[in-house]
Design a protein around this ligand. Structure first.
Ligand SMILES: [Fe+2]
Length: 410
C-alpha cells in the first residue's frame, strides 16, 4: 500500500516536471515568433507612406502589419488595415533569423496612425506604436543626426540609448533620425544588433531612422546584415548595394545618402542626376567617411565638386569619432567671414558629430578648414531645424550641454 502511494507521488512529480518543461519550451517557441529589432524608415513619399523592418528568431513565420488611424493603439477588426509583408532569412555564424519587411502606402498627410507588427498569431504582436505622416505643407521641421554607435556589448549600447534619449529630450518634435554609419562594431554580430535596436526601439518605432553605410556596416563589399535591417528607398546608384545609396525628401529639404565604401564612380553620376532633379531649396548630404572631417577622404573629391556645383548646404559625416565642423567651403577654399552665419549659398558646411557610442578617437591635427574641432570624450548628437529660409544646427553632448551652433540662411 505504502509502495503504491510512493509510486503515485513519483508519477505526479514526474508529470509536473514534464508539464513545466513542455510549458517552458512552448513559451520559448512563442518567444521565437515575437518581433524584435523593429525600425521604421521612409521609403516613398513621407506624406503618404512608411516602411518597417523587424526580425524574429523563428525564421519561418509571416510578416504582418496592422495599422489604424488615430493614436488610441486599438486594433478593432472593422477599422484596421492588415498588410502582409515579405519574409526572408539572414544567416550568421550564430543562427538563422527571419527578416520581415512591410510597407504601407496611401496614408493621409499630417495624420497620426497606430500600428503593430507580428507573425500572424494573436500572441505575436509587437508593442503597438504611433507615428505621424509629414504634413501637406510644412514650414518647419527638425531631425536628429547621430553617428558611430558602433558597440559590441549591452553596456556599449546603453550609452547609445542614453544619447538618443537625451536627443529626444532636447528635440522632442524631431521627425526622423539620420545615423551616419557604423551601427555596430562587427556587422555579423547578431547580439550587437539586438542591443542596438532594443535601446533605440522606443524612438525608431515612432520616427524613421535613415541609415548611412559605414566601414563597419559594409566590409569587403558585403553589407547584407546592414541592408537586411532597413527597408529603404530603392532609388540609388546603379551597381551600388541596394539600400546603401538613396535619396528622399522631407518638407523643403532633399536628402542624399551616399556610400563611401564602394561604387564611388557610379554614385558620382547618380549624385549629379539626383541633385539636378530636385527643386527643393535645402540640400543635405550624409556619408560616412568625411570629405572634410578629422581628415580628408580624397576618394570622394568628385562628389565635393558636385556639392559645390549644386550648392549643397550641409554634409553630415561620421567615421572620425571626434567633433569637427568646417568653415563654409567652395572649390576647396574657405568662403564667408568666419562667423556662425552662412548666407546666400556661399559655401557648404561639413560636420562630424563625434560619436553616439562608446569609442572616442584621439583628436586629429587641425586642418585649414576646421572652424570648430575638439574631442570632449562624451557621446554627442545634433538637432537640425529647418524653418523657412533658415537652417539651425545645434550640437549637444549626452548631458544636454550645447557645444556648437551655426545658422545657414538662404
Ligand atoms: Fe566608426
Amino acid at each position: 500500500m505504502r509502495l503504491q502511494k510512493e509510486v503515485i507521488w513519483l508519477l505526479l512529480i514526474g508529470l509536473l516536471i514534464l508539464t513545466i518543461v513542455i510549458g517552458l519550451e512552448w513559451m520559448k517557441a512563442d518567444q521565437r515568433k515575437k518581433p524584435k529589432s523593429l525600425v521604421m524608415t521612409f521609403i516613398d513619399d513621407a506624406k503618404t507612406s512608411r516602411a518597417f523592418t523587424w526580425y524574429t528568431d523563428n525564421s519561418n513565420v509571416s510578416s504582418v502589419l496592422q495599422i489604424v488611424k488615430g493614436s488610441e493603439l486599438k486594433f478593432d477588426k472593422e477599422l484596421v488595415t492588415t498588410i502582409t509583408g515579405i519574409t526572408s532569412t539572414i544567416a550568421s555564424s550564430q543562427q538563422v533569423q527571419g527578416v520581415h519587411k512591410a510597407k504601407v502606402s496611401n496614408l493621409e498627410p499630417g495624420t497620426t496612425y497606430s500600428y503593430r507588427v507580428g507573425s500572424g498569431g494573436d500572441k505575436d504582436w509587437s508593442k503597438p506604436a504611433i507615428f505621424t505622416t509629414e504634413a501637406r505643407s510644412l514650414n518647419e521641421f527638425t531631425f536628429i543626426n547621430v553617428t558611430d554607435s558602433q558597440g559590441i556589448t549591452e553596456e556599449d549600447f546603453i550609452l547609445w540609448g542614453k544619447t538618443l534619449n537625451k536627443a529626444f529630450e532636447i528635440f522632442p518634435t524631431a521627425q526622423f533620425i539620420i545615423h551616419n554609419g557604423d551601427m555596430t562594431e562587427e556587422s555579423d554580430d547578431d547580439k550587437a544588433w539586438d542591443h542596438f535596436f532594443s535601446e533605440a526601439e522606443p524612438w525608431v518605432s515612432q520616427v524613421p531612422l535613415m541609415p548611412v553605410t559605414g566601414n563597419h556596416d559594409e566590409v569587403d563589399g558585403v553589407a547584407d546584415h546592414f541592408t537586411s535591417h532597413f527597408n529603404l528607398p530603392n532609388n540609388g546608384a546603379e551597381n551600388s548595394i541596394e539600400g546603401t545609396s538613396y535619396s528622399f525628401d522631407y518638407g523643403s529639404a532633399h536628402f542624399v545618402i551616399l556610400n563611401t565604401e564602394s561604387n564611388i564612380k557610379e554614385q558620382t553620376t547618380w549624385l549629379e542626376e539626383d541633385l539636378a532633379a530636385t527643386e527643393l531649396p535645402w540640400k543635405i548630404v550624409a556619408m560616412h567617411r568625411g570629405a572634410y572631417g578629422g581628415n580628408m577622404n580624397k576618394k570622394v573629391g568628385d562628389w565635393v565638386s558636385i556639392f559645390d556645383q549644386y550648392k549643397v548646404d550641409l554634409v553630415l559625416q561620421g567615421h572620425n569619432h571626434e567633433y569637427s565642423r568646417s568653415y563654409p567651403l567652395r572649390d576647396g577654399e574657405i568662403v564667408g567671414d568666419g562667423d556662425n552665419m552662412i548666407n546666400d549659398h556661399e559655401g557648404t558646411v561639413y560636420v562630424v558629430t563625434n560619436t553616439a557610442g562608446q569609442k572616442f578617437n584621439e583628436q586629429k591635427g587641425n586642418q585649414f578648414y576646421h572652424q570648430v574641432h575638439f574631442q570632449n570624450e562624451k557621446q554627442m548628437f545634433a538637432g537640425v531645424q529647418i524653418k523657412g529660409d533658415s537652417l539651425t544646427f545645434q550640437a549637444y553632448d549626452k548631458d544636454g550641454e550645447k557645444l556648437d551652433e551655426f545658422v545657414i540662411h538662404h
